[in-house]
Ligand binder design. Structure first.
Ligand code: GN1
Ligand code: MG
Length: 345
């Protein structure tokens, strides 16, 4: 049990915690919605989050990115979306490190909102893609060189490939026997990864979000319009192909990424909605090479994610949260099947 009161005391003055509930289904951090009774008798809602400092090895650099981006967006009068504002501790830090070394942060809560669970209909998809495009456009004049890479080589597929090769070579846990066909399928992706690697060198380096799934958009409960882009932990320099690609990977299949591979079907109307929403928001800002290769980003992200899940399986499930022994292998199979299907579009 986490000591919510003790943690919150570092950030805000309040009378009492009225509600505290774990929310979201992220694979990395732990997120709580808290409702507090304030000294003036009002209630106030916040998001309290434990930042996984094993995954994000430089938490203070990460917060520096977020605070700078928040400031930039706040100053941009034309940015139409809300911002989950980071709230400093009383000691003026963006993170509170507890006695066990856990890193905690607090964000303002964006009310009357929801994050979609399960399948998202094309109207919401279009809205989400438009919001991610709006976010990218609003950050197009942010000095990208000021951003830290919050996870080194996050979408450096060549580097992930080399790590995968190392793991295959040593097979420390003896798990390669359990994943022979999946390993073969990943090895066959080398030409795709090489194509991306070459193309990336020709594309502009932009501020990218790097986790552009439906669950990272807050929607208005009543109008179903996008209210905010959240989860800024992987904001770093990159290419728009990975942001659009992760939308293709996560929105287009009719199943979550850990469903049995045989059940996946693709939703073409959703792909069209993604293209419409994203291209409308970014028109005149993306160059022609970026626009032309948006869909290739989907193949790239799906192939890379398959390799990431398989890497984690072979390493003993040390990165992504798992709820069953073969979880990462099932996710790998799902992503490989998805990639096959996307390649036929
Ligand atoms: C992780 O925790 P979550 O679900 O926001 C991961 C993403 C993966 C995703 C796959 C920092 O994101 O890159 O695409 O799982 N985030 C990090 O579900 O590695
Ligand atoms: Mg995330």
């Amino acid at each position: 049990m986490i000591q919510v009161d003790t943690l919150l005391n570092e950030f805000v003055a309040f009378e009492k915690v009225l509600e505290s509930q774990e929310i979201g289904n992220g694979n990395i951090n732990d997120t709580y919605r808290v409702v507090l009774l304030m000294p003036n008798g009002n209630t106030a809602e916040y998001i309290l989050q434990r930042l996984n400092h094993q995954v994000f090895a430089k938490p203070f650099q990460l917060m520096h990115n977020q605070v700078s981006v928040a400031k930039h967006l706040r100053q941009n009068k034309r940015y139409p979306l809300q911002i989950a504002e980071p709230i400093p501790t009383f000691k003026q830090n963006w993170l509170h490190v507890d006695a066990s070394g856990n890193h905690w942060r607090l964000f303002s809560y964006i009310g009357n909102s929801f994050t979609p669970e399960g399948l998202v209909d094309p109207a919401c998809v279009r809205e989400a893609a438009h919001a991610y495009g709006t976010f990218a456009l609003a950050l197009s004049d942010f000095p990208v060189e000021l951003l830290h890479e919050t996870i080194e080589g996050f979408h450096d597929t060549d580097r992930r490939w080399n790590q995968f090769m190392e793991i295959l070579k040593y097979d420390k846990l003896g798990r390669t026997n359990l994943a022979k066909p999946e390993i073969e399928s990943i090895l066959a992706l080398k030409p795709l990864f090489d194509q991306i690697s070459k193309l990336k060198k020709t594309l502009p380096v932009r501020v990218t979000h790097n986790d552009t799934k439906a669950g990272n958009i807050l929607f208005d409960r009543i109008t179903h319009k996008a209210l905010a882009v959240i989860d800024w932990d992987t904001i770093m320099p990159g290419t728009v192909l990975s942001d659009f690609g992760d939308m293709v990977r996560t929105f287009v299949p009719n199943m979550p990424e850990d469903a049995p591979a045989s059940e996946i079907t693709l939703r073409k109307d959703v792909l069209n909605a993604l293209l419409e929403g994203y291209c409308e928001a970014t028109s005149g800002f993306l160059n022609s090479a970026e626009e032309e290769h948006l869909f290739l980003g989907g193949l790239w992200m799906t192939g890379e994610q398959a390799m990431r899940f398989l890497t984690d399986f072979l390493e003993g499930d040390v990165y992504f949260k798992t709820t069953q022994p073969m979880h990462n292998l099932q996710r790998t199979r799902n992503q490989l099947r998805l990639l096959d299907m996307l390649q036929t579009l």
